[in-house]
Design a protein around this ligand. Structure first.
Ligand code: HEC
Length: 152
């Protein structure tokens, strides 16, 4: 055999050896992972449904979960008025005591709202105070006007 052939055979052998070492390491790795899958998955934690908003969190005077003004009695409204529809429906509405009482009566007669008992008075007080009719008075005077002179 000539030297060149021997050298290329050596090279081939080296390559094969390298390949088989790689294969063995690869197989062992596969085996280990197969036995202990948590090695790969350890960082993927099971996702639990997490409520983003704390139920009783109040920020800047607003009950964060519902958007209701966090004044006296709002817990009663959260407890009794957010079961069937979002609090938005309450917030978007405005009126005096009479308005709120008639709304509550309407929901009781037609929508299955329960008897609110002693709480009705407190709820109506809360609503008529914090969601009172918007004053529809004359708009405020304009300020900051740049008058221009009429030329004829
Ligand atoms: C048993 C279910 C139920 C409960 C509890 C309930 N509502 Fe309602 N409410 C309804 C339904 C149904 C409607 C009609 C929804 C619609 O039109 O999409 C409604 C509508 C409303 C509206 C809108 C009325 C309009 O003119 O559009 C307001 C305001 C309201 N409710 C306030 C309240 C308040 C305040 C409470 C707590 C005292 C309350 N709701 C509790 C069922 C309920």
């Amino acid at each position: 055999m000539n030297k060149e052939l021997i050298n290329s055979l050596k090279g081939l052998l080296g390559l094969l050896l390298g390949l088989s070492i790689f294969l063995v390491v690869f197989m062992v790795g596969l085996l280990v992972i197969n036995q202990n899958p948590e090695l790969l998955l350890s960082e993927v934690e099971e996702e639990k449904p997490v409520s983003l908003v704390q139920d009783d969190l109040v920020k800047d005077g607003v009950h964060v979960a519902t958007g209701l003004v966090a004044k006296e009695g709002y817990e009663l409204v959260v407890a009794n008025c957010t079961n069937c529809h979002a609090a938005d429906l309450v917030i978007q509405n405005r009126g005096d005591k009479e308005h709120w009482v008639s709304l509550i009566n309407w929901m009781q007669e037609t929508q299955g709202l329960w008897d609110l008992g002693d709480n009705e008075e407190k709820i109506v007080a809360y609503l008529s105070e914090n969601y009172a009719p918007i004053q529809k008075g004359r708009r405020a005077n304009l300020t900051d006007i740049e008058w221009y002179e009429l030329k004829d």
